[in-house]
Design a protein around this ligand. Structure first.
Ligand code: GLA
Ligand code: ZN
Length: 669
């Protein structure tokens, strides 16, 4: 069943109001609410004294209007009685300072006492609600994140290293601790990489980031184990933060959950840009689907202008609905809006919900109500339908962490690099999966592996198998540079990928912000009057079997290869030796697609997004017009619209019109 609903905080509003809220929710077509993820102070007003009466009453009222309930475990916002007088429970930041009380996410994920309190509240909620007929699932905590550098974590890090390396000799060897005399003679000597220690050993820093990520995974697992024991019929999830969040290995965090849920905001208070780039929401959704390679929930879909201290630009009429459909177009099987009513109090006073501060339904409510009626008709057709791209983009959290430690070039930002490559295909209406470097790649014809910085033997074998079998692999600069311990490899770059790509990096040139180099394309199909320029980074390549696709035109390496193409097994490897910017990938995308034999879904204008989902052999097509102007698209077959009511279900074919900020959800007939 397709769930459509909202995040609700009954504890923040007078009880007399709850029935009216539930009635309005039903009026919007909602059938699910998420509750209680910040209600610890009300659920456990004093240590060990639990109170579920109020939540039982709220759930009864909501269930009376047909709502199902997802409960949040409230561990992201500990109450004052728990934290006061226990400074060691608070996280220590990278600069060595402890956070203080007053926001949320203040806790250290490794503190045994915090674990005790967590077990207390989670066990009592789980036993109380394990058999409740309205409860269907759980969200653990809220948006895990933030690194802790406290003494408890420092000690746990040493234990973690002990089990990873077994011996200090091995650790010293892998990290290269003879550099600057860091040779450790005792596990207890190993520090955490506080900024006060200056630029750390890259091996130590990467392991610390991995350890922090593992700490949250373990903390989550503790809660999963309790919930599994007491609530066997419920699903368990966590609300992830899309593509942008970069402090946790999201593949690991997703592994033991039943499904991934995430929070989707296109206009945040911190970004006051007039225009939204819809490819960002698309990439975030594809990343979330990629974590488990399965459909996801959106636990928080934007419901209005966001705002803590600043009030964001408001979503224009139609945008909330359009963005919610964008989530669905990329694999959402449930959408919940954040939040129901705009808070009168607290840090998020200006984070707008579907109702305004005064409790009246806003124009945003009316827009979502329209969508609620559409979902009643279309939800059953969409639910469970899968996304099956032929192209994958590899996202590595090891690479992400490594580039946080050493950026390589001040203009280089790994997530932006991935986004630029992604966008070139998105604009051509080619759907992508986001996948882990060690994932099974046999379903793909084209795999993009941008700046795949750390390459293990396992990953190298995986990529090589993929190419051997006929796939097309695209590598960019800074790939294959490091081993798993974050040491630079002892062989020509791209290291373990050199044989596969038929090329070696003879020399690399990190460019100043204002510097550019020219590119000359040698393949006729890529010849263009205005070739894109090389920026940020230039690998000077030495082909070792590969053919030259483009060469540099200036400076001391003028004439040297910049981009190459190699035949390997049944497949091909393209090495793009400059990081460049968007235009390079826009120039190359069409050629790469034809090398791999991948076709776009539909021919449509840029600014129109096209995706598909498959319900068995039934094809669903989503056409989203993100622009201000009406657009025409030409369909490849006969379709029926799933959103229109019975009167509008006559099949459509040929050219159809999509109004501005509107969407078509079609099923092929
Ligand atoms: C996140 C959180 C919510 C809320 C919103 C808006 O996604 O999960 O609790 O804070 O952002 O700021
Ligand atoms: Zn800690």
């Amino acid at each position: 069943m397709f769930y459509f609903g909202v995040d609700y905080y009954p504890e923040q509003w007078p009880e007399e109001r709850w029935p009216e809220d539930a009635r309005l929710m039903a009026g919007a077509g909602f059938n699910v609410v998420r509750l209680a993820e910040f209600a610890w102070a009300r659920l456990e007003p004093q240590a060990g004294r639990y109170d579920f009466d109020w939540l039982d009453r709220a759930i009864a009222i909501l269930a009376g209007q047909g709502m199902r309930v997802v409960l949040g475990t409230p561990t992201a916002s500990p109450p004052p009685w728990l934290m006061t007088g226990q400074p060691e429970l608070f996280r220590v930041r990278e600069d060595g300072r402890r956070v203080t009380y007053g926001n949320r996410r203040e806790y250290c994920p490794n503190h045994p006492l915090y674990h005790d309190y967590t077990r207390g509240i989670v066990t009592s909620m789980a036993t109380h609600y394990g058999a409740h007929p309205a409860v269907i699932g759980w969200q653990i905590d809220n948006e895990f994140g933030d690194r802790c550098y406290c003494p408890v974590c420092a000690h746990a890090f040493q234990q973690w290293l002990r089990s990873r390396y077994q011996s200090l000799d091995e650790l010293n060897q892998q990290w290269g601790t003879m550099f600057w005399s860091h040779r450790y003679g005792d596990w207890a000597e190993i520090p955490v990489p506080l900024t006060t220690g200056g630029s750390p050993n890259p091996g130590l820093a990467l392991d610390f980031y991995r350890f922090v990520s593992d700490s949250y995974v373990a903390y989550q697992q503790m809660q999963i184990d309790i919930l599994r024991r007491h609530c066997p019929g419920h699903f368990i999830t966590h609300n992830f933060m899309g593509f942008k969040y970069d402090r946790l290995n999201y593949y690991d965090l997703a592994r033991n959950l039943d499904l991934v849920a995430w929070d989707n905001y296109q206009r945040m208070q911190w970004q006051m840009q007039a225009e939204v780039d819809p490819s960002q929401g698309a990439l975030a959704a594809d990343t979330m689907r990629g974590l488990k390679r399965q459909n996801f929930w959106v636990m928080e879909q934007q419901a209005g202008p966001g705002g803590w201290e600043i009030v964001s630009v408001p979503p224009r009429p139609g945008e909330l609905r359009l963005w919610a459909y964008q989530s669905i177009a990329h694999g959402a099987d449930a959408i919940l809006f954040f939040r129901w009513r705009t808070a009168r109090f607290g840090t998020e006073q200006y984070w707008h919900g579907l109702l305004d501060h005064d409790g009246r339904p806003s124009r945003r409510y009316e827009e979502i109500k329209r969508m609620g009626a559409e979902i009643k008709r279309a939800g059953g057709h969409i639910y469970g339908a899968t996304v099956r791209p032929a192209v994958a983009l590899l996202l590595s959290y090891d690479a992400r962490f490594a580039f946080q430690i050493q950026q390589n070039n001040p203009q280089f930002y790994y997530p932006d690099h991935l986004h630029q490559l992604y966008r070139a295909f998105y604009q051509r209406h080619v759907p992508l999966d986001v996948a882990a470097p060690a994932a099974d790649l046999s379903a793909y014809r084209l795999v993009l592996a941008p700046a795949l910085h750390l390459v293990s033997e396992t990953v190298a074998d995986n990529l090589s198998r993929f190419v051997q079998a006929g796939g097309v692999l695209v590598l960019t600069s800074r790939s294959g540079v490091k081993d798993e311990a974050n040491a630079v490899v002892n062989r020509p770059l791209p290291g373990l990928l050199a044989e596969l790509s038929g090329v070696e990096v003879d020399e690399y040139v990190s460019l100043a912000a204002e510097s550019r180099n020219g590119l000359e394309f040698l393949l006729p199909e890529l010849a263009t009057a205005h070739p894109p320029e090389a920026t940020i980074w230039c690998d000077v390549l030495k082909p070792n079997g590969a053919t030259v696709v483009a060469r540099y035109t200036r400076d001391y390496y003028a004439g040297k290869p910049a981009i190459t193409l190699n035949q390997f097994g049944q497949g091909k490897v393209v090495y793009i030796g400059t990081l460049g910017n968007g235009p390079i990938y826009e120039t190359l995308a069409g050629w790469l697609l034809s090398l791999a034999g991948v076709r776009r879904l539909l021919a449509a204008a840029a600014g129109v997004e096209v995706t598909e989902r498959w319900q068995g052999e039934r094809r669903l097509l989503f056409v989203l017009n993100h622009g201000e102007r009406e657009q025409e698209v030409t369909l490849d077959s006969r379709y029926v619209s799933l959103l229109d009511d019975a009167a509008g279900t006559a099949p459509v074919e040929g050219t159809v019109t999509v109004p501005p900020r509107d969407v078509l959800v079609l099923e092929r007939v």
